[in-house]
Design a protein around this ligand. Structure first.
Ligand code: F6R
Length: 369
């Protein structure tokens, strides 16, 4: 069942290229349209959407956080990401023009189910991005886009996360096309980049030996910090969550720009800090800003573990360790940059002799509020 791997989590990390490929498979029609599994929302309604609210919990919410960067950039629709349990218990401003996107691997997370109901009662349309066929969230939503990650057994989510992000990209490109935010040839280019992602993810999975060796060296650490900017920010949050869940180590993810607003006070000599460096080929000053963040923490003695693109030499002088990922367009980068963090957390937990597939106190699907 574990396909020759020692743990389900290890297997599922290796399943990721396939999970992304399967989520893309058969999804794009001849006119470049997104093919949803169940669509009970008309194109007219989809065209009139003036706000998107993503509701989810845990890792699925981080997928939504990645979606925000992509969908706002591609479609010029404001996207809010809200933890389902917070959305549920306040008085959210939603209308018939709000598209609520509920993301859930299990489709049975009670917090998310309650939020879906709450949104629909107020007239919002709900599109579900779920992995489990026929699950409650799929049944109760107006439209469903299944992630085809296959069954995920390890309690901590890995391949479902990559499939969720992939589904969000598809949704973003679909909306951009429907609303005319992008020319068809631009959409075709983006889809081609997406099609290349499984291969790129595989290249990162193939570096696991290096990541595992570093994890073993850090097995005694008490705190690990994660920094990222732009789409690297949710990746930092996810890296920290994986480490907490699997290795029971205190870990925190920050937006790199927040450093000097407080968290830099935590940096003392020897403190391991992961930094997710954006592509140097990307827009704006994003890359330069992150390099200077790495310099800042290095100057205070941090042990810097940097995830950077192949060919990005600018990180070398300030990195104690570099984990390489293939060149990838900025918005799609989370699909590759999160992989070393998953491998790291699993390897560190293994080094501590912990049960990677069944961390203490956690359940695969949280069916109580
Ligand atoms: C983290 C993890 C949890 C889930 C969260 C939502 O590794 O597994 O944070 O992502 O409980 O679960 P689903 O996606 O089933 O709604």
């Amino acid at each position: 069942v574990k396909g020759g791997f020692e743990t389900f989590m290890n297997k599922e990390i290796h399943d990721q290229p396939q999970a992304v490929a399967d989520t893309l498979l058969g999804r794009v029609g001849e006119k470049g349209e997104l093919i949803l599994d169940e669509m009970r929302i008309s194109e007219t309604v989809m065209r009139s959407v003036d706000k998107i609210v993503v509701i989810a919990c845990g890792t699925a919410a981080y997928a939504g956080h990645v979606a925000k960067y992509a969908i706002e950039h591609w479609c010029r629709i404001p996207v809010e990401v809200e933890l389902a349990h917070e959305f549920r218990y306040r008085d959210p401003v939603v209308s018939e023009k709000t598209l609520v996107v509920a993301i859930s691997q299990s489709g049975e997370t009670m917090d998310t189910i309650m939020a879906v109901r709450h949104a629909r009662e107020q007239g919002a349309k709900v599109l579900a991005i779920v992995n489990t066929h026929g699950s409650t969230i799929a049944r109760e939503s107006d439209a469903v886009l299944y992630t085809h990650a296959g069954p995920e057994v390890a309690v901590a989510s890995t391949k479902a996360f990559l499939a969720q992000i992939t589904a969000c990209y598809l949704l973003g490109l679909y909306l951009a096309q429907l609303r005319g935010n992008k020319f068809p040839d631009e959409i075709a280019e983006d889809l081609e980049e997406l099609r290349l992602m499984p291969e790129r993810i595989q290249q990162v999975v193939d570096t696991e030996g290096h990541v595992q060796a570093v994890a073993r060296e850090l097995a005694e650490e008490r705190t690990v910090l994660f920094l990222g900017r732009h789409v690297g920010f949710p990746v930092a949050l996810e890296g920290a969550l994986k480490l907490k869940e699997l290795a029971y180590i205190h870990a925190e993810g920050f937006a790199a720009g927040e450093l000097k607003h407080g968290p830099i006070a935590l940096v003392e000599p020897g403190q391991p800090v992961f930094v997710i460096a954006p592509s140097p080929r990307g827009r704006d000053a994003l890359h330069a800003k992150v390099i200077s963040n790495i310099q800042e923490i290095r100057a205070r003695g941090a042990r810097t573990l940097v995830i950077a693109e192949e060919g990005d030499d600018a990180v070398e002088p300030f990195a104690d360790v570099v984990f390489r990922v293939p060149q990838t367009p900025t918005l799609l980068a989370p699909l590759v940059t999160v992989v070393p963090l998953q491998i790291f957390a699993a390897a560190l937990a293994t080094a501590k002799g912990l049960d990677v597939d069944q961390p203490r106190n956690l359940a695969k699907s949280v069916t109580v509020e």
